[in-house]
Ligand binder design. Sequence first.
Ligand code: ZN
Length: 186
Amino acid sequence: MVTILCGECSNSPYVLKADHTFECIGCGNVVAPDRDLVLEYDETWAVSRDGILGYVTKPDVCLEDLMTAIEEFLTADKAPDAEYARGVSQIDATDALRRYIDARRAGIARPHIGYTRDQVQEAVNAGADMVLANINIGEPEEDALNLAVNGAMMCLEKIGSTFAEMVEEQYGETVEEVLSWWGWGK
Ligand SMILES: [Zn+2]
């Protein structure tokens, strides 16, 4: 964590008060971080164990930096000076990891990576509902749209799932039965 020094007296840190504001231990100047602090987009304010106000890099940014450094390490052979590129990427990776640990130790929440199955399910269902609410189509088309939603969820679990596997698992029906719903078979 980088300690934030008082904007008034310029040389003392702020310490947490019971009312959730921070007070300069030197001159008594008070700040409310959410209101008064201007940080870079990739930074967030944090409080040390002993109540001192500072800032850290956001954990998700640290992880992205770490991944970038790893990619640079892996492609270092293509750089004009491969040895140098490898060295720089290792320093960058170590630094990103240090900043991540720093942010997590300061109590900043672990970032969520990727989407959960529930989020994807909610999104595809909301997408289907959105379309259905705005276009006037018949029941066969609605059923087809729902087949696509269920197909998408099957493919999320197992890419390469077949139509037969999907209708068996999601509808308990055979392909022939589904084709017979609306005379879809040829
Ligand atoms: Zn001060």
